[in-house]
Design a protein around this ligand. Structure first.
Ligand code: THU
Length: 161
C-alpha cells in the first residue's frame, strides 16, 4: 500500500529520522512488545505503547481467541491496563505498530473503528489531547495531535443527557 494513497487528514507525516526522540522511544517500546501479541489466527501482530502523565509507559498487544469476536485489539488491551493499574493518570500519547508473517508492513496501520471510539473516551477522561503516532515495521510515520482527527463527530456522553 502506498502512503500517498491513504486519504486521511494526518497532521504530519515524517520519516523516522525526523521523529522527536520521545516519540521514537514510545514507538520502539511498542515494537519491542510485538512478540507478546497472541495472534495465531491472523498472524498479524499489533502493539500499542501509551505514555502516561507520570512518565510510565504501558503496553498492550492484540490477543486473539478461537472464538474470533472475543479477540481484543492492542489499543484496547493497553487502555484497559491503564485503567486497571493507573486510573486517573493522564494519557499523553499512544504509539501503534504492527508486523505480519506474510510481508513487511511498510506503511502505518489504521486503528480500527472500535479502538478509535475507545481512544476518544480515554481522551475525554484524560482531559487533554492524546497524540497518536503510527508506523508499520518501516516507512513513514503518521502523527495525529488528537483522536479527533481520526474520529471526527464522535459519539460521547453528551448524547446521553
Ligand atoms: N487489530 C488491532 O490489534 N488493532 C487494530 O486497531 C486493528 C486490528 C488486530 C485485531 C486482530 O487480532 C488482528 O489485528 C487482525 O485483525
Amino acid at each position: 500500500m502506498k502512503v500517498e494513497n491513504i486519504r486521511i487528514q494526518y497532521d504530519t507525516y515524517v520519516s523516522q529520522d525526523e521523529l522527536e526522540s520521545s516519540d521514537l522511544e514510545l514507538l520502539n517500546a511498542a515494537r519491542a512488545n510485538l512478540k507478546k501479541s497472541y495472534s495465531p489466527y491472523s498472524n498479524f501482530k499489533v502493539a500499542c505503547a501509551i505514555r502516561l502523565g507520570n512518565g510510565k509507559i504501558i503496553t498492550g498487544t492484540n490477543q486473539e481467541n478461537a472464538s474470533f469476536p472475543v479477540g481484543l485489539c492492542a489499543e484496547r488491551v493497553a487502555l484497559s491496563a491503564v485503567d486497571a493499574m493507573h486510573r486517573g493518570v493522564k494519557i499523553i500519547e499512544m504509539a501503534i505498530t504492527a508486523s505480519s508473517e506474510r510481508h513487511e508492513i511498510d506503511h502505518p496501520i489504521a486503528p480500527c473503528g472500535n479502538c478509535r471510539q475507545a481512544i476518544s473516551e480515554a481522551q475525554l477522561k484524560s482531559g487533554n489531547a492524546i497524540k497518536i503516532i503510527l508506523q508499520g515495521e518501516s516507512g513513514q510515520v503518521f502523527i495525529f495531535k488528537s483522536i479527533d482527527q481520526l474520529l471526527p463527530f464522535s459519539f460521547n456522553h453528551e448524547y446521553l443527557q
